[in-house]
Design a protein around this ligand. Sequence first.
Ligand code: HEC
Length: 201
Amino acid sequence: MLGLMFCKHEPFEPSILVEEKPISLPDSFFYTKDTLLVKKGKSIQSGLPNIKDTNYQFSIRVSPDVGDKILISKQGEILVDSTLSVGMYWVTVYVHAKLNSKEFKDVLAVNCVDSIPKVKISYELHVKPIFQANCSPCHYDGAPRPNWLDYETAKSEIDFILDRTQRTPGSEGFMPNGGTSQISQQEINTFKEWKKDGLLP
Ligand code: HEC
């Protein structure tokens, strides 16, 4: 049987409640991603909808029916069992507002695959945020130093960026200038992978 965490087959019972302060309901309900990609054997808990309030109750219908291998949490997270077979599943999510009778629904695809293709590193999505967080106080448009918030500038100087950020903190030319520690290894790796993937915009 299903645990209390899940409410897939839980019937929704409308209740009459007198609210001191009426809640405002959104006009629509949708998941931020239409397709959730999951590697076989790995459960996903992503794709949170734009309703995070506890005054809502979620239930789902899955096509083709896979029993309890695709579930939904109380928060609206789609949970996939590690034994789910490779394939595409259509999940209709129903959301009921507990404090009145409003009902929303959204359909999304769960794509269970053998392996997830590696995401290529791109400037706008992965690299620019690192500059914004660590370099922008000094490297901006109009500064007497290169503007890393500009794709072409960053692209043409990637080797200098890799060099300066991997120097020992405190040594000459270390970046971020005056900083006491390097940016994270993950951030440095993102720069390296950006170069390897072809310095995509
Ligand atoms: C506190 C200000 C400051 C911060 C923060 C800072 N820089 Fe710099 N950066 C400078 C200054 C000043 C120079 C020019 C002096 C020099 O070359 O050392 C410079 C120069 C550079 C150069 C050499 C550019 C060239 O064409 O000669 C690189 C590469 C660089 N910074 C990368 C970075 C990166 C990447 C970050 C963020 C991870 C960063 N810097 C953060 C102040 C800063």
